[in-house]
Design a protein around this ligand. Structure first.
Ligand code: BTN
Length: 332
């Protein structure tokens, strides 16, 4: 990554106009090179640059870049105690991948990796997670457990439940969960979680929780997403969200949840999950490899599996992709 480009973005991040002269002076550029360099930088970061005659250059939308000091300062004392390491990358392949790498080198429980942009953001089922610069949250968190990885089956529901509660408090209409842990607003995807586990079969093990939360991505930036999606600012009626404060609030909840999961498992999180179930009682389809199973969504079992009332009676599933059944297929 080009350090000068990053410094230029930092300079422009306030969204105010900066004269070509001031930029030329600060960055050791000729006046003629300023426009070209800024243009190239904005293109490289996928940002919209505006040039105004007589005033200078500005970003179409201001950016609140992530800042470790501000995030730490917003955490509670217990949040700070749980957070052992906080890395912020302007650009990285994937925060989950980075944290799995660090975990293998011995990084401690409570290590966090954030990025402004991911070049190979990973979603569930091998999908790409669209990760443009500075407009969303890409966060991964490492937690170590003394027990076997098989005990982590419920962790994804626990984390989803806690995040749904945090985000619901912010939004009027509330955020709901699609099994196992998609966060939806108005039935559109607001955030996704990717949990990765490694360790000895009898324990210990470690878990990396990756959260991608859409915030203020433009339609163009999100055009590669193959399902309906929403951003948190839309869910808040257009209110600008302070990214550092938001990250601190998410971290607070996640750190506490991962610690509690280690002591108490999924049980204390189940009422929260059930309170945010998006499709309870709705006709759904479960895609299981090549198979499609239809039924009425009957909630989640105590072990976190999905319950479907099918023509063969109530069945529990540990894996699969849920979608609402379209109206026409419900009538038949
Ligand atoms: C999903 O498909 O719903 C899960 C998406 C998870 C995306 C996040 S963004 C931060 C972390 N790093 C990744 O590469 N993926 C997760």
């Amino acid at each position: 990554m080009d350090e000068r480009q990053l410094a230029l973005i930092r300079r422009l991040s306030d969204g105010r106009s900066h004269s070509g002269e001031a930029i030329a002076r600060e960055f050791g550029l000729t006046r003629a090179a300023v426009w070209k360099t800024l243009r190239k930088t904005a293109d490289a970061f996928g940002l919209e640059l505006i040039s105004e005659r007589g005033r200078g250059y500005r970003l179409a939308t201001p950016l609140e870049l992530l800042d470790a000091g501000r995030i730490r300062a917003t955490l509670s004392e217990s949040g700070r105690a749980h957070l052992s390491r906080l890395d912020i990358h302007p650009v990285i392949d994937s925060t989950n991948r980075e944290l799995m790498r660090l975990a293998a080198e011995g990084a401690p429980s409570g290590s966090v990796c954030l990025a402004e942009r991911q070049t190979a953001g990973r979603g569930r089922r091998g999908r790409e997670w669209v990760s443009p610069f500075g407009v969303n949250v890409y966060l991964s968190l490492l937690w170590r457990y003394p027990f076997a990885p098989s005990n982590l089956g419920g962790a994804s529901l626990a984390v989803g439940a806690v995040l749904a509660a945090v985000l619901s408090e912010l939004t009027d209409e509330g955020v709901a969960l699609k099994w196992p842990n998609d966060l939806l607003w108005q039935r559109r995807k607001l955030a996704g979680l990717l949990l990765e586990v490694a360790g000895e079969s009898q324990g210990p093990c470690h878990l990396v929780v990756g959260l991608g939360l859409n915030l203020r991505m433009t339609a163009g930036q999100g055009s590669a997403i193959d399902q309906p999606w929403a951003g948190l600012e839309e869910a808040l009626g257009g209110v600008m969200v302070g990214r550092n404060a938001l990250v601190a609030c998410l971290l607070e909840a996640l750190l506490e949840a991962l610690d509690r999961y280690g002591r108490e498992g999924l049980a204390p999180f189940l009422p929260l999950w059930r309170a945010h179930d998006a499709y309870l009682g709705a006709p759904v389809r479960l895609l299981l490899g090549e198979r499609v199973i239809e039924g009425i969504h009957a909630g989640v079992a105590d072990d976190g599996s999905l319950l479907l009332d099918t023509s063969d009676g109530r069945r529990a599933f540990q894996a699969g992709e849920v979608s609402l059944r379209p109206l026409e297929s419900q009538i038949q």
